[in-house]
Design a binder for this molecule. Structure first.
Ligand SMILES: Nc1ncnc2c1ncn2[C@@H]1O[C@H](COP(=O)(O)OP(=O)(O)OP(=O)(O)O)[C@@H](O)[C@H]1O
Length: 650
């Protein structure tokens, strides 16, 4: 048989058996439909060899970013779900609408089984790739599905037991899939149906959070025929604009109102569906914010109980303001992170999730402002009054990280004079713990940190009593942590524990607010004094520079320039340093320093300057500590500071 023929006509004995069973009462309808698609639409072979498609880290990250804040909300719910089914050999998995696994929590005992079953981040579980399965089939059916052992179309997947439920978008499309899968199961169908109920509930909860957050700037009417269900998982949701037009409804609203499609509701005026025009809605929200309003729908006269949520940021009454989530009361601060749209998006998204205690992972090159951003999130949180404690895992010698982080009791070391130490984790309790350069944390300590994050308690070195801690964690790294996980140098479980959501900080050269940043940094440089002005040519050169060292490098260039131009001077090109000189024309003489045989000018020199600046800043401009970490004498360090015309802060 030719290859072309075998590709279009599955020919194996198993294929014929499956075909024969489709439509019989022994096979569940959704399984039969899926087998039919696999055999007749995708021409798949049930007994083909496994060839799991796995996307690379960059593609996975791009998909995770597309999910935006939903990923963080989903992750928090996945952890809840996992806790409920932990110990039963399940993994909780989230995929996007193309069945690409984007997040997973796996039973550590069964990790190997899941890997060999192809269930890991980046794997593509669409029906076209893997046949009938919990993720791909839930997408195709747009409904929760169980796929039990031999119901999997591919023979090699027959050891799996999967429960997948779609997370529906506000327009009713599939946004993602939540799935609980066991790689080798002794569960019965009964146990599986219990798991399915939990998965469906969690998927609904995530979709509901997504609806409320997506329409945070609209009115949302919440209703149900049973008063006690309003505000809970199964409530109907209807988003309404300020003209009283229905923007979106969830599936529960369609069912409650006796409709069969979204189109029957979306776009209509609220007053054509319920006896309530927009003015009445506003008035009721203002006068009776805490009561449920009984009403009957216009089409069928069914009785409902309703309540409305005003657009966030719009306070209808004092009591509503008090009930609004704390994070909504703190405006995102452009002043703190700059006006670049990506940074603003990061701030809005991070603020919402961090306020709900979702751990944040910041990824960005050195000097992009990760710590500044973390502080902005802390400042916007409801625990802003509590401490912000930063730990730079790359700056502390490996031998000291453990005691720095976890603390030690008095007498824990042979040095009897040494007092106990609380440790950074306990210091941050109630406030924010910022774990900078988390990729540099030794593997052994990663395990210990994971335990603290899971158990919310800490045992200091030398101690035997666990102390409870209340942690809100932001971590940061310039390494690609997901790539480190794939390379086995960073613990996967810790990665997911820290990564409620990843926010990517753009490099300075891509930011659209460079002019604003320059003005801010110059103002900061002079404190209360008059900030130096800057001429057009210098500004132009600063705006077009590639800035390999990002904002840190910009700050240092401006600091030097401000010092050189004098108290009332104006920064010009001549104050910016060698790397801002225009390229010399061919045949012109070499730069003076090169001619003298000094260090090479250009990239190497810039790299040395950047490295020096980085270390100095990291050590808070302490010359002895910087010299020690660089492994040079203080005199050498001073010489280099002079050579690079680095100005020490006053
Ligand atoms: N929006 C901003 N406005 C003014 N200064 C900023 C801003 N963002 C960052 N900076 C400055 O840039 C420098 C680097 O910032 P920060 O230490 O937060 O970067 P980082 O990404 O954490 O660096 P590293 O990866 O080296 O730890 C600091 O001097 C900081 O004050």
């Amino acid at each position: 048989m030719s290859n072309a023929m075998s590709a279009s006509q599955p020919s194996s004995r198993i294929a014929s058996l499956l075909q024969a069973r489709i439509g019989t009462s022994q096979v569940l309808p959704h399984v039969a439909k899926s087998w039919d698609r696999c055999l007749n639409r995708y021409s798949m072979e049930p007994d083909a060899e496994r060839r799991t498609v796995v996307l690379d880290a960059a593609s996975v990250r791009a998909r995770q970013e597309t999910m935006g804040e939903l990923l963080g909300v989903a992750r928090a719910e996945m952890e809840n779900l996992y806790e409920q089914i932990a110990g039963s050999g399940y993994a909780v998995i989230l995929s996007d609408a193309e069945a690409v696994v984007l997040s997973a929590i796996t039973d550590p005992q069964a990790k190997r089984d899941f890997r060999s079953a192809g269930l890991w981040v980046g794997a593509v579980w669409s029906e076209q790739n893997e046949g009938t399965n919990g993720l791909g089939t839930a997408i195709a059916e747009r409904a929760p599905v169980t796929v039990y052992c031999g119901e999997h179309f591919r023979r090699y997947n027959a050891g799996l037991s999967c429960c997948g439920a779609p997370i529906l978008d506000v327009d009713g499309g599939v946004l993602a899939v939540l799935d609980a899968s066991a790689a080798s199961t002794s569960d019965t169908r009964l146990v599986q149906s219990h798991t399915m109920a939990l998965v469906s509930m969690s998927a609904n909860l995530i979709a509901r959070c997504h609806f409320l957050s997506r329409f945070r700037d609209a009115w949302v009417l919440r209703f149900h025929s049973r008063a006690e269900f309003v505000g809970l998982l199964h409530e109907a949701l209807m988003a309404i604009d300020e003209h009283g037009c229905i923007l979106a409804v969830n599936d529960a609203a369609i069912v409650q109102l006796g409709m069969s499609t979204r189109e029957q509701l979306v776009g209509r005026g609220i007053d054509t569906v319920l006896p309530l025009d927009f003015a009445a809605l506003e008035q009721r929200a203002a006068n009776e914010p805490a009561t449920l309003w009984p009403m009957r729908d216009i089409a069928y006269g069914r009785r409902f109980f309703a309540n409305a949520r005003a657009p966030q940021g719009r306070r209808v009454t004092a009591s509503q303001a008090a009930a609004a989530p704390a994070e909504a009361q703190v405006a995102p601060s452009r002043r703190h992170v700059g006006g670049d749209p990506r940074m603003q998006h990061n701030l809005n998204c991070g603020r919402q999730l961090f306020g709900r205690r979702v751990p944040i992972l910041l990824q960005g090159a050195t000097g992009t402002g990760k710590e500044v951003f973390a502080k902005a999130l802390h400042r916007a949180s409801s625990w802003a009054e509590k401490p912000f404690v930063a730990v730079n895992c790359a700056a502390i010698p490996e031998a000291l990280i453990e005691s720095e982080l976890f603390g030690y009791t008095r007498g824990a070391f042979t040095d009897a004079a040494r007092e106990g130490h609380m440790g950074k984790i306990r210091q941050s309790s109630g406030g924010t713990l910022f774990l900078d350069e988390i990729g540099d944390m030794p593997l052994a300590l990663q395990t210990r940190l994971l335990r603290v994050l899971e158990e919310h308690e800490i045992v200091p070195l030398g101690g035997d009593t666990a102390i409870p801690v209340d942690l809100h964690v932001i971590s940061a790294s310039h390494h690609d942590l997901l790539a480190m996980v794939q390379a086995g140098t960073f613990r996967e479980d810790l990665y997911y524990r820290l990564n409620g959501i990843t926010l990517e900080l753009p490099p300075l050269r891509e930011r659209t607010d460079k002019r604003e940043l320059i003005v801010t940094l110059l103002r900061e440089e002079r404190g209360d004094g008059e900030p130096p002005r800057i001429d057009d040519a210098a500004m132009e050169r600063l705006l077009t520079h590639p800035w390999p060292g990002n904002i840190r490098q910009l700050r240092n260039v401006l600091r030097t320039a401000a010092a050189l131009c004098g108290e009332r001077g104006r920064i010009g090109l001549e104050h910016l340093g060698r790397e801002f000189e225009l390229p010399r024309e061919h045949g012109s003489s070499a730069p003076a320093e090169t001619a003298r045989g000094d260090d090479a000018a250009g990239p190497l020199r810039t790299a040395e300057r950047d490295a020096l600046m980085h270390e100095l800043e990291r050590m808070h401009w302490n010359i002895s500590r910087t010299a020690a970490t660089l492994g040079v004498s203080r005199n050498t360090l001073y010489r280099k500071i002079r050579k690079h015309r680095i100005v020490l802060p006053g």
